[in-house]
Design a protein around this ligand. Structure first.
Ligand code: SAH
Ligand code: SF4
Length: 392
């Protein structure tokens, strides 16, 4: 019998599990705190649990974190871990320290099926969704290791913010994502406020609606283009959920949290999406030619090039002009600092090791039809026919 991995549970799930074992509900809270707040994975160390329960758990359950394959530290303090998730797949997690915060960039899938042109994860293809335990395990490992490394006082957190901006499209792995978010927010878990946990999406519209109902954390939307023709090309999911639907979903998202804003991410690609005309179109798009303006910020990301993309980073001057055009229209705009690029830990450089079970990589290279993945929470529906037809 395989042991149940307790990292797969949010507190409600762990409570149900403890009840199945005939234990009182409050035992689940104690156990949850040992695991997430104190970083314990050995039941015998959980001194305030009854000895009989500790022994019982030892026989049926475990706290299993993906094994670390490698760890690299950048000159700027950024740390990147590569985790083995089995089957030849490995995913990356990045810690980015700043003066007033420590941000962990977490992966949600081994690879990604969306296949954006400018993203090296997308070019790797797709293998599988991560489990809740594999998503939470990245945070568990980073938090508890950093506390020791940074010599933090008891009760001090190393990670103050989490962004789902690593490998994968989190909203195409909703079933595993939701309990993971709940563990992050739970006061008995990592106790992060919902504004300090950000889900970044390429625009899986129905799942944006689910998220706002279930767990309205901060939302970042990867926009990258001001019109459908260009976005269809850069972010293939746009063919399924075009801009008008995406922006309506953004407005609905904000209805549940009126004081919040959406962060639009915009990767600056030389000669592709970076002209002043594009900036003007963007202003029109988000400030509404007829609809309600969307409360938003822009985050311009200097493109991190990789050879297979055939794309180049916009010159610094153009990025500054673009930012100014948005700012002049009253939109708060930031330019993302590139961190950890000496260890390939910057946005879009996370490539891990992925068994491309969809042959997306080949299809991207050959510019053949790219599948658009449905938003089914658990089942990943990929157009496998193309893969089996032996496209280049
Ligand atoms: N799939 C989600 C989250 C992971 S990607 C999404 O697309 O939002 C996280 C961010 O990195 C996205 O905004 C994405 O557009 C950006 N990104 C991907 N490749 C990049 C690259 N080569 N250079 C800069 N940013 C990139
Ligand atoms: Fe997937 Fe995001 Fe990369 Fe697009 S940018 S391929 S959605 S990880």
């Amino acid at each position: 019998m395989t042991a149940v991995n307790l990292l797969d549970f949010d507190l409600a799930g762990l409570t149900a599990y403890c009840e199945q074992l005939g234990e009182k509900r409050f035992r689940a809270t104690q156990l949850f705190r040992w695991i997430h707040q104190r970083g314990a994975c050995d039941f015998s160390h959980m001194s305030d649990l009854a000895k009989s329960l500790r022994e019982r758990l030892g026989g049926v359950a475990e706290v299993r974190v993906p094994a670390v394959i490698s760890e690299q530290a950048s000159a700027d303090g950024t740390i990147k871990w590569l985790f083995d998730v089995g089957g030849g797949d490995a995913v990356e997690t990045v810690f980015i320290p700043e003066d007033d915060r420590g941000t962990l960039c977490v992966s949600s899938q081994a690879g990604c099926a969306v296949g954006c042109r400018f993203c090296s994860t997308g070019h790797q293809g797709f293998s599988r969704n991560l489990t809740t335990a594999e998503i939470v395990g990245q945070l568990w490992h980073a938090e508890h290791q950093l506390r020791v490394r940074l010599n933090l006082a008891e009760g001090t957190r190393a990670i103050t913010n989490v962004v789902l901006m690593g490998m994968g499209e989190p909203l195409q792995n909703y079933a595993a994502l939701l309990p993971a978010l709940r563990v992050m927010l739970d006061d008995h878990g990592y106790g992060l406020s919902r504004r300090r946990v950000t889900v970044s999406t390429s625009g899986v519209v129905p799942m944006m609606d689910r998220l706002r109902a279930d767990c309205p954390v901060a939302l970042a939307v990867s926009l990258h283009a001001p019109d459908d023709a260009l976005r269809d090309d850069l972010v293939p999911l746009n063919r399924k959920y075009p801009l008008n639907e995406l922006l309506s979903a953004c407005s609905r998202y904000l209805e549940s949290a009126p004081r919040d804003f959406i962060t639009f991410e915009y990767c600056m690609l030389d000669g592709v999406n970076d002209s002043l005309a594009h900036a003007a179109q963007l202003v029109e798009l988000v400030q509404g030619s007829g609809g309600q303006p969307i409360s938003c910020k822009f985050n311009l990301i200097p493109f991190n090039p990789f050879p297979a993309s055939g794309l180049l980073r916009s010159p610094r001057e153009r990025v500054l002009q673009f930012a100014k055009a948005l700012q002049d229209a009253g939109i708060v705009t930031t330019i993302r600092k590139t961190r950890g690029d000496d260890i390939d830990a910057a946005c879009g450089q996370l490539a891990g090791e992925v068994q491309d079970r969809t042959r997306l990589r080949q299809r991207l290279a050959g510019r053949v039809h790219i599948p658009i993945v449905a938003e089914a929470p658990n089942v990943l529906q990929i157009d496998l026919t193309a893969a089996h037809e032996g496209h280049p």
